[in-house]
Design a protein around this ligand. Structure first.
Ligand code: TYM
Length: 335
């Protein structure tokens, strides 16, 4: 690791197949950071356990997500790619930080409220303290910047609050991290209910684009996307959430401004526009899907990346963990 470079940490849960929202809200922004920063990207499997998982599927999705990280362009030579549960420091620091986090602040987390509603038969303590584990992920590496989508803003705030509280008591133990949220792509909405975010756990598969969806499925899903009856391609999130979402997707991929897109599709119908969006998405995903397939056939290579990533992550995080243990008064191991 280059000591002069700032540290970036982010992660994605292997709780479902990745969606276009994860790609445009997170991964696409991670790519250009690889050269400028020390980047650490995790597959946060412990977080996924807050809702019931089928064990064999979770294992498969964890590997598949690692392959997708690489297929999307993350280079294991340039950044640390690892599985969260392979570094026990995450769970250890999370416990300590749990003792510095208030029930009241966790109660205010909108994602907890939403998930508790969706999984009302399993409102477990892990779901409640989920943001503390996320704080541990970030703080372990003395992270400067956390590139995430807009929905993680509140979790970043609580991470900063916990770190500041700890530092106020024990001195400068943690770096206070900043969120890094891009303007376009930060909030990709459901194709079926554009006032709701696109989510891999949506019951309706037409609501999201899975990164591994074949081109014909992508085209079908975009054709079915909910729009409005005005028949004008114009960016207006309040009045035209469906079209605005499609414009956001198109803009994130092509780099075109909303103004340019409005001009490009002036006088054209929604059918043409939906097809154009579907085609750029399918074209962008095709090489990623091919590379993913190739990587999934190479188990040894993925194992090696996982092993190396975990070892590097462990080495880095133990410095922080040891300091925390000492500060709070735990007896250091002498064996
Ligand atoms: P997760 O797994 O739900 O999502 C991973 C990343 O994708 C972004 N994202 C979106 N961006 C735009 N539009 C959408 N519809 C959309 N859906 C998801 C998320 O903002 C996120 O950046 N708690 C985190 C995982 C996590 C983490 C961390 C992130 C655990 N520890 C430490 C950063 C740092 C989560 O559930 O993300």
């Amino acid at each position: 690791m280059n000591q002069d470079k700032k540290i970036i940490f982010s992660g994605i849960q292997p709780s479902g197949n990745l969606t276009l929202g994860n790609y445009l809200g997170a991964i696409i922004n991670w790519l250009p950071l690889q050269d400028e920063y020390n980047c650490i990207y995790s597959i946060v499997d412990l977080h996924a356990l807050t809702v019931r998982q089928v064990p064999a599927e979770l294992r498969k999705r964890t590997r598949s997500l690692l392959a997708l990280y690489i297929a999307c362009g993350l280079d294991p030579e340039k950044c640390i790619l690892f599985v969260q549960s392979h570094n026990s420091a995450h769970a250890e620091l999370a416990w300590i930080l749990n003792c510095f986090t208030y029930m009241g602040e966790l109660n205010r987390m909108t994602q907890f409220k939403e998930k508790a509603q969706r999984h009302s038969d399993n409102i477990n303590a892990g779901l409640f303290t989920y943001p503390v584990l996320m704080a541990a992920d970030i703080l372990l590496y003395q992270t400067d910047l956390v590139p995430v989508g807009d929905d993680q803003r509140q979790h970043l705030e609580i991470t900063r609050d916990i770190a500041q509280r700890f530092n106020n008591i024990y001195g400068d133990v943690f770096k206070i991290p900043e969120a890094y949220i891009s303007k376009v792509g930060a909030r990709i909405m459901s194709l079926q209910q554009p006032e709701k975010k696109m989510s891999k756990s949506d019951e309706n598969p037409n609501a999201y684009i899975n990164l591994l969806d074949p081109p014909d499925v992508i085209i079908r899903k975009f054709k079915r996307a909910v729009t409005d009856s005005e028949a004008v391609i114009r960016y207006d999130v309040d009045k035209k959430p469906g079209i605005s979402n499609l414009m956001n997707i198109y803009s994130s991929i092509t780099g075109k401004s909303f103004e340019d897109i409005e001009k490009e599709f002036e006088g054209k119908g929604y059918g043409d526009f939906k097809l154009a969006v579907a085609e750029v998405v399918a074209e962008t995903l095709k090489p990623i899907q091919d590379k993913h397939k190739e990587l999934m056939a190479n188990k040894d290579y993925l194992d090696e990346i996982m092993k190396e990533g975990a070892q590097r992550a462990e080495r880095l995080s133990y410095k922080t963990l040891r300091k925390v243990y000492r500060k709070v008064g735990l007896v250091p191991k002498v064996f």
